[in-house]
Design a protein around this ligand. Structure first.
Ligand SMILES: C[S@@+](CC[C@H](N)C(=O)[O-])C[C@H]1O[C@@H](n2cnc3c(N)ncnc32)[C@H](O)[C@@H]1O
Length: 273
């Protein structure tokens, strides 16, 4: 396991994922009934951008730094949370901040050091469980949640060549165990072909009600670069398709660099059955 998220925290892809995550969590909280969040690839929780790995790569300067400098209205909620939490919040910190007393968060992190840091981050917080385990294995034990309402975030590092296939299997497995669950799965857009194959796999499978939100910084021609990213959502909450385009456009407006082929997309891959 070579991937450490600290090198990339707060970059454009994190901003996209986390801004949509905030929207999804707000949507979950519209009903009073409790819900659970399962973060299968959790990372360390929060990141210091001004020293260590994040400072060395400086990726956040083309990401969250631009949003903090000038915040478009559609991103106010997300950016206000980043300001409030101090260190750059990863998905577990964002989820924890938006849970109500009746909700809970379960995190899986496989890297031993990162799992330990995350455990320490949530020490003595009874709302959060941190497991040092394979997030792809966790579905069987952790789904469905007793609350019968939940959000599953699957955010793998894409270190393995078969990661798209594993992600598609994970989506299918978690949907089979918990049909009503909202699933959000992040993916990189380097070239178009792997993304198309991933979408086709899901279109051909049994999971219904699937949309994908995508942000492109440029035409994905050079597969060695992270040219964009996507968040695939199963069972998108009410108004996702109406409200997310404005959020994506606001991200592009601040994070785009005017390169050819930049843009956003909201695709419906499968209808509700
Ligand atoms: C992209 S990062 C997660 C970032 C985090 N979700 C966030 O938004 O702040 C992916 C994480 O997954 C961890 N990881 C890799 N393989 C894993 C697996 N099979 N199960 C659980 N965690 C894994 C990595 O150590 C890394 O911390």
């Amino acid at each position: 396991m070579n991937y450490r998220h600290a090198f990339h925290a707060g970059n454009f892809a994190d901003c996209m994922k986390h801004a949509v995550l905030v929207w999804l969590l707000r949507a979950m909280a519209r009903k009073d009934t409790p819900f659970a969040v399962l973060d299968t690839h959790a990372g360390i929780g929060a990141y210091d951008l001004t020293s260590g790995p994040a400072e060395r790569t400086g990726e956040w300067r083309a990401g969250i730094a631009r949003l903090l400098e000038k915040t478009p209205p559609a991103l106010q909620d997300y950016v206000a949370l980043v300001r409030e939490l101090g260190l750059y919040p990863g998905s577990p910190a964002i989820a924890r901040a938006l849970l109500r007393p009746q909700d809970r968060l379960v995190c899986c992190e496989l890297h031993p050091e990162d799992a330990e840091i995350l455990r320490h981050y949530f020490a003595r917080d009874p709302t959060v469980a941190v497991h040092h385990r394979d997030g792809y294995e966790a579905f069987r034990a952790l789904l469905p949640p007793k609350e019968k309402r939940g959000l599953i975030l699957i955010d793998p590092p894409f270190e393995q060549p078969d990661e798209f296939a594993r992600l598609a299997t994970a989506i299918t497995t978690s949907h089979a165990r918990f049909r009503g669950g909202v699933i959000a799965a992040w993916y990189p857009i380097k070239g178009r072909a792997p993304v198309r194959a991933f979408h086709d796999t899901l279109r051909a499978g049994g999971v219904t009600d699937i949309v994908a939100a995508e942000l492109f910084l440029r035409e994905p021609l050079d597969a060695a670069r992270l040219n964009g990213c996507g968040l695939l959502v199963v069972n998108p909450p009410y108004k996702f398709e109406q409200e997310i385009p404005a959020l994506l456009d606001a991200l592009l407006d601040r994070l785009g660099q005017g390169e050819s082929g930049e843009g956003t997309a909201l695709l419906r891959l499968k209808d509700e059955s």
